[in-house]
Design a protein around this ligand. Structure first.
Ligand code: HEC
Length: 221
């Protein structure tokens, strides 16, 4: 038995010892050479072969990233009015959506508008920002389209949230802001819609090419 072990050891050592030697002074045989000499380019590497001299290319003109869509309303009074009239929240009023909207609201909006939406957030109390409205302000348009539009572009002292939030997240916040508005106005709680697989999946179908809105705008111009 011992003899077998010994001979296996000797054969093994002979193999490993010879494996590194090569009579021709070139590289050894590479098993899967692609693993050593990667044909791919490094993500942010500089390479002359690319138009800008680097592998990180700019997006092709007139394209948008997957999951984004073009916002069709202009950042002016007319655009805001059109958005307020035509834009509808594509998300069902489910507990999930409203709660998610609430979490996002607390992160992004409460610092100014207050956790209850009365316009007395910490920054208002410290007088860092003036003129922050409560959501029960009767002079404010609290339609879903307007809230979305204001989040998208910002409004005077209020910044844009188009980059911190996705479209879906903004619509979730819209739902929550409207519940705050109802609460402040002492209105009855709106009943939640049932969360079903269908209305969860519906979102992308409905929001993507928002055909109806696009048509409405086209007919207006
Ligand atoms: C830096 C403070 C600040 C933050 C943060 C902020 N807002 Fe505002 N918001 C304002 C001010 C100031 C106005 C009033 C702008 C004006 O009319 O000049 C305003 C106005 C509004 C209005 C009324 C728009 C109208 O047409 O009159 C809505 C709705 C609103 N904000 C929602 C939000 C939401 C939702 C968020 C979070 C995504 C948010 N705000 C974050 C300061 C803020």
């Amino acid at each position: 038995m011992k003899y077998i072990y010994k001979s296996i050891l000797v054969i093994f050592l002979a193999f490993t010892a010879t494996a590194c030697f090569n009579k021709k002074k070139g590289p050894n045989y590479q098993y899967f050479p692609d693993m050593y000499e990667s044909p791919s380019y490094e993500t942010y590497g500089e390479y002359e072969i690319f138009p800008d001299g680097q592998s990180a290319l700019s997006p092709a003109e007139n394209t948008i990233p997957r999951g984004w869509e073009v916002y069709e309303y202009a950042n002016d009074r007319n655009g805001q009015k059109a958005a307020a009239e035509n834009l509808k929240n594509p998300l069902p009023f489910t507990e999930r959506n409203v709660n998610k909207g609430g979490q996002l609201y607390d992160v992004y909006c409460a610092i100014c508008h207050g956790f209850g939406g009365d316009g007395n957030g910490p920054l208002a109390e410290r007088e860092k920002f003036m003129g922050i409205p409560g959501f029960d302000d009767p002079n404010r348009d609290m339609s879903e389209g307007n809230i979305f539009h204001v989040m998208y572009y910002g409004l005077n002292n209020m910044g844009s949230y188009a980059h911190q939030t996705t479209t879906k997240e903004r619509w979730q916040i819209v739902h929550y802001v409207q519940t705050l508005k109802d609460e402040l106005n002492g209105e009855d709680k709106r009943e939640f819609e049932k969360d079903t697989l269908l209305n969860r999946d519906n979102f992308d179908v409905e929001i993507n090419p928002n055909h109806k809105t696009r048509m409405a705008l086209k007919n207006q111009n």
